[in-house]
Design a protein around this ligand. Sequence first.
Ligand code: 5AD
Ligand code: SF4
Length: 445
Amino acid sequence: MREPKTYFIRTYGCQMNELDTEIMAGQLQKRGLTPALDEETADILIFNTCSIRDLAERKVMGKLGKMGRGKKQHCLIGVTGCMAMAKKDALFRKFPHLDFVLGTNNITDLGTMIDEALYTRRQIFKTEDKFEENLDYLSAKRDNKIKASVSIIRGCDKFCTYCVVPYTRGQEVSRPPESIVEECRRLVDQGYKEITLLGQNVNSYGKDQPEWNCLFHDLLYRLDRIPGMERIRFMTSHPVDITLDLMQAIRDLPSLCEFVHFPIQAGSNRILKKMHRIYTKEQYFEKVELLRQTVPDVSLGTDIIVGFPTETEEEFQETCDALKQIRYSLAFIFAYSSRKGTPAMRWKDDVPEEVKLDRLQRLLDLQNEISNEERQLMLGNTYEVLVERLNRDGRQLKGRTRCWKKVIFEGDESLIGTLQKVKVHSYSHQTLLGELAKTPHLKVV
Ligand code: 5AD
Ligand code: SF4
């Protein structure tokens, strides 16, 4: 067997998976491996997978099925991520050409897995339920030089009835604040301008470790104090855990962006109860109201599931009404997908596929209208934009406002990685179009 020299990791799913890929890439590079140009030529090929919805799983299954024929070129093929946790060694039966399966709690063991798989030539898997806390975050290999994600809490204890995450990523485990502050300080020293704090439910941060005396808002105050910290974001939140302390932190901390991803999931109390979201529509609206009073310029994002088992047209209308009332600036809308091992699996997936797709489209159209009205209101205003890169046309610059709105404008490449004031004059589809502001007036949104 030849010694592997190159690797390629194909990432599916959420930002947490993207970060895990960066951590695994860091470990592989420490071993002297270099990134391959593409999947085909990689000596070690890894699929870092997602199982949140059926479609995400099917994509990987299709890919792995096809890989069988090309196996000869690769020294090793591995599966990591949520599908590894959900299917474990059953994956070997379906894909005999797979060499290893590594769970979300064991990515520290990637090196040993590779050695074992190479030298024993046996199929091996490690998918423990307990999170390995000594993860080497500091060696993560980041391609983006302006924005970085930092994991602060892993797992989820909420057990919404439709969701596989508590099973694939285990229970909530917070990362020590010192380790987070150290990583963020290093990133800022390296020139990073925006840090996204990641967790399935960042608002639970610190609750599992009361002796640390550091809840999520306490952590934010510590991170904001890092000299040179420009922007902090966080993803994602459970509405129940959004506290007044957190709202006040968003209002008071200069680096903390005024955008909260605040997933409602459904607008009907009966469905919310069936989803085990542990809030009523009224309690959710109250929190939004309090947040808007505390941070008047705040923008909200949401996730919504349509076609949950037994959802009626009237109940779906309640979700539409919630969207109209709250006016999110961003909504991720999904058709319900029944997941093995979840409590909702017990109920019949009884909303026909065409009804789900129809509800999905109606909600997307409604959100589109709301977002367009919001963009109209932004015309003529000036916003702080972090310039991230050249636009696809290679001429204009592209960046995001503090509230995560995409903006394109004319400017010199040297502005990449800086914060600029941009006056918005129009928009096209989802993107705002603007020009560098000549006046110092700035409306921070
Ligand atoms: N079907 C459809 N959407 C789902 N999500 C989670 N589980 C499912 C499922 N079984 C959505 C939720 C969650 C987002 C990350 O994915 O809206 O907030
Ligand atoms: Fe899944 Fe609910 Fe946890 Fe979010 S809060 S990860 S939807 S179980």
